[in-house]
Design a protein around this ligand. Structure first.
Ligand SMILES: *[C@@H]1O[C@H](CO)[C@@H](O)[C@H](O)[C@H]1NC(C)=O
Ligand SMILES: *[C@@H]1O[C@H](CO)[C@@H](O)[C@H](O)[C@H]1NC(C)=O
Ligand SMILES: [Zn+2]
Ligand SMILES: [Zn+2]
Length: 447
């Protein structure tokens, strides 16, 4: 009896589902045909054309060089932030400031939902620039060696393009200029201070020397790993190196811990689910005949899944292995207040939308599949809070003359700036357009 009831229930549920699917499909077809003039047409291409005009291009190059000459570290981007605000003033874009100390949030469009965000990071690195050129960093020991000067510039470029078309926008574009991407989780602080209020999706760019010039590399799902740090003090009892029986040797304990940590990835992780545990520093002792009281070790961990579990195992291995050798260990999983970054995960729908936009803007061959990288990005905090999409914009030339990020020889290929500005502007416009037409038909989130 119960079985029969279930069958009847099941059949009617299936019928209902089929009906609603067909209905939604019909609506979708309607949306597609009415939007075809945009997706096949000139409008996004116009963004690329204007971004390449001397008026926009030369202006972007000037801004980029000015930022490059005066690099500022995380949460100290006061001059960079000031420059951004004065450019937004000149273009006529309204903004909120300060957000997360130096952050700026600009708004273009109706001021009404839907809201879509574009993000750039502003901070430089503690590196002495080794490139000799006219606009070399004027601050000793600091350098824009990760391309964030280019990211800020491309977002300002997008602001200029979008502001010219502000009356056509079907919602609001939110321009997020964030501090402190390099290790200090500026994105997290921006979110805590309301940067994503009412925002439904966010897009971010990173310049890349690994991708050929003008190509956009992306993938659906996890694209960058999550990252954490650990530091441990292993305490024993120091003494004469020739009378070890009266000491508790933390050097041997540290050595044993470093080796044991290697087994976490090789023996406990799924070989098809990449993870890294690296001990990158070991400090202890400074004489040939003295066993020190303590040794400090530290390193990084990377993972796409199970970052917290890996942190716990690292802590366990360090403390228990220390115990085996009669030492004590204290483990810090957020040294210098540097919290772990989650993995960067691209939303599948935004990924599809993004690929279509780049195809329309630059051609099918401009979209390439990105490999996963164990590097991390604090864009992940945004993409964890709301649907996000992050991609690499290629700037490498045929002779591979552009150096790795975080290298003192790092350079930006400035010819790529119009690509980034136009992609930013186009994806925002397209997102609002699709979101707007979907909600006008009253089924935007049900899709
Ligand atoms: C380890 O900690 C325990 C408990 O605080 C203490 O009794 C012991 O002396 C410590 N051992 C070392 C080697 O510091
Ligand atoms: C690459 O190197 C070749 C040979 O030296 C040179 O002819 C060409 O102009 C270079 N291309 C670029 C983009 O610098
Ligand atoms: Zn970096
Ligand atoms: Zn970076």
């Amino acid at each position: 009896m119960a079985h029969q009831k279930f069958v009847v229930f099941f059949l009617s549920a299936m019928a209902l589902l089929l009906f609603s699917l067909t209905f939604q499909l019909l609506l979708l077809l309607r949306v597609d045909s009415s939007e075809s003039s945009w997706t096949t047409g000139g409008d996004v291409k116009k963004f690329f054309e204007s971004a390449k005009t001397p008026e926009v291009f030369d202006w972007m190059v000037r801004i980029r060089r000015k930022i490059h000459e005066n690099p500022e570290l995380g949460f100290e981007e006061f001059e960079t932030s000031k420059l951004i605000r004065s450019e937004l003033d000149l273009i006529g874009v309204k903004y909120r400031y300060p957000v997360a100390i130096t952050g700026v949030i600009g708004y273009i469009g109706t001021g009404e939902p839907p809201f879509v965000a574009l993000r750039a990071d502003m901070d430089a690195l503690p590196i002495q620039e080794a490139v000799e050129w006219e606009h070399k960093s004027k601050v000793p020991g600091k350098m824009h060696a990760c391309g964030h000067d280019g990211h800020v510039t491309m977002l300002l470029g997008a602001a200029k393009l979008l502001q010219e078309h502000r009356h056509e926008l079907q919602g609001t574009v939110v321009l997020i200029f964030q501090p402190a991407e390099e290790g200090l989780a500026g994105a997290k602080k921006m979110i805590e201070e309301g940067a994503l209020k009412d925002v439904k999706a966010i897009f971010g760019i990173h310049l890349s020397n690994r991708i050929p010039f003008g190509k956009a590399a992306t993938r659906a799902g996890p694209i960058l790993a999550g990252a954490g740090r650990f530091e441990a003090v292993i305490t024993g009892k120091g003494g004469h190196a020739a009378i070890p029986q009266h000491t508790i040797d933390p050097v041997v304990a540290a050595a044993s811990i470093v080796l044991s940590l290697q087994q976490l990835v090789s023996r406990e992780a799924d070989p098809l689910d990449s993870k890294v545990v690296t001990v990158s520093k070991v400090h202890g002792g400074n004489a040939f005949n003295v066993i020190p009281d303590s040794v400090t070790i530290g390193g990084t961990l990377r993972a796409f899944t199970g970052l917290t579990q890996l942190q716990q195992r690292i802590k366990e291995v360090i403390t228990k292995q220390a115990d085996v050798l009669r030492c004590n260990a204290s483990v810090n999983l957020a040294p210098n207040g540097r919290e772990p970054y989650p993995p960067t995960v691209n939303d599948i729908d935004l990924y599809r939308q993004f690929k279509n936009v780049v195809r329309d803007l630059l051609g099918q061959e401009a979209v390439v599949e990105a490999a996963q990288v164990m590097g991390a990005e604090d864009f992940s905090f945004f993409a964890e809070a709301i649907p996000g999409h992050f991609f690499l914009l290629g700037m490498q030339d045929e002779n591979k003359t552009y150096a790795m990020p975080h290298s003192p020889h790092y350079r930006i290929n400035e010819d790529v700036l119009p690509y980034g500005a136009a992609i930013h502007a186009s994806i925002a416009v397209q997102y609002l357009k699709e979101k707007g037409s979907a909600s006008a038909r009253g089924f935007h989130d049900e899709l």
